[in-house]
Design a protein around this ligand. Structure first.
Ligand code: HEC
Ligand code: HEC
Ligand code: HEC
Ligand code: HEC
Length: 225
């Protein structure tokens, strides 16, 4: 990816991250800051909205490309009738059935189902809602990295200023530290689609580092070590 951006794209990015214009998608502007000092709420309770994988693509093109090709990028499509028929039969699911509107599946096969800014089932004729849903399909970026409503704003600032930053700055704005338990919440042997005899997912540092099953890793330029 290139950080040498021209003025007009820089401006678009600036407006997009501040929620003033919408660049080819339907995410809602971020809500007003939920944390009011003195109201007795803790910083950890701030609820950030999901913004969708397409927004991450704006600045993380190579990650997005590699993710899209991975099993994670395809994990919504397999809910459609006909897909993975043999496996569905094996675990007692109906290969002819369309599972793309079923809550029992969407919790693990979309981003943020039922949460602010997360996946919502679109009615067949609602094109706008369909476009919104498309950016939250599959195990998208925020299913692992956390809802981006806060940290994308900080990243936008780093991007425009090409300035160094410390990881804790983006963490404070909601970027998650990815622990094995997060993977296991979905890779749960009780899931309706996982065969009883299938070996449990082994998540170690190696799996997180190699990106097996999600995306390749690429070097960062601005993060201070
Ligand atoms: C608790 C989270 C969870 C829920 C709920 C869930 N899935 Fe999955 N699904 C997964 C995970 C994790 C995998 C990958 C498992 C693997 O390959 O080891 C997966 C894989 C699949 C696969 C591909 C399996 C293969 O080996 O080809 C299909 C098809 C599938 N799910 C369909 C469904 C359907 C249909 C539902 C709803 C009835 C559903 N899932 C509900 C987590 C879930
Ligand atoms: C939101 C739910 C969710 C989370 C979180 C999640 N996964 Fe998955 N994972 C899935 C689904 C669904 C699939 C199935 C995709 C398919 O078969 O097309 C899958 C597939 C995989 C596969 C391929 C499995 C196979 O048998 O081919 C690997 C490896 C994997 N995930 C590793 C991880 C790791 C490591 C993490 C944590 C960093 C993680 N996953 C977090 C839902 C999840
Ligand atoms: C299945 C979980 C998962 C998904 C989905 C996922 N990532 Fe990651 N990502 C990780 C893990 C694990 C790391 C390495 C550890 C860390 O940074 O916490 C990582 C690291 C990164 C990094 C830091 C540089 C690097 O390559 O290590 C960037 C940038 C990134 N991911 C962007 C994205 C974007 C953009 C998407 C969506 C297109 C995405 N990720 C989807 C798990 C995931
Ligand atoms: C406006 C541009 C922009 C957008 C949009 C954006 N990022 Fe970033 N992101 C950056 C920049 C710049 C960095 C710092 C990269 C570097 O050091 O080279 C970064 C860093 C990261 C890192 C590594 C942070 C660390 O220090 O560990 C992750 C993970 C990440 N982004 C994920 C995402 C995800 C997920 C989304 C979408 C929800 C997203 N980003 C949207 C520009 C952006």
């Amino acid at each position: 990816m290139s950080y040498s951006i021209n003025m007009s794209f820089g401006l678009l990015v600036l407006l997009a991250i501040s929620g003033i214009v919408v660049v080819g998608q339907d995410f809602k502007p971020a809500p007003p800051p939920p944390l009011v000092p003195g109201e007795g709420r803790q910083a950890q309770e701030v609820v950030h909205e999901y913004v969708g994988s397409k927004k991450c693509r704006m600045c993380h093109g190579q990650w997005h490309k590699s993710w899209q090709k991975s099993v994670k990028g395809q994990s919504f499509q397999i809910l459609k009738p006909g897909a993975r028929a043999e496996h569905k039969r094996k675990v007692g699911l109906d290969p002819k059935r369309d599972y793309t509107s079923e809550a029992a599946c969407l919790t693990c096969h979309t981003v943020g189902f039922g949460q602010p800014g997360g996946y919502r089932i679109a009615l067949p004729n609602d094109e706008k809602a369909k476009r919104f849903a498309a950016t939250r399909e599959g195990v998208g970026c925020e299913a692992c990295h956390g809802p981006g409503g806060g940290f994308t704003q900080v990243m936008g600032d780093i991007y425009l200023k090409e300035r160094p930053y410390e990881q804790q700055e983006v963490r404070r704005a909601g970027l998650r530290s990815i622990e094995p338990q997060l993977c296991l919440d979905c890779h749960d042997s009780k899931a309706p689609c996982i065969a009883d005899d299938s070996p449990p997912l082994k998540v170690d540092d190696d799996a997180l580092r190699t990106g097996l099953g999600f995306h390749q890793h690429f070097p960062l330029r601005f993060r201070k070590q």
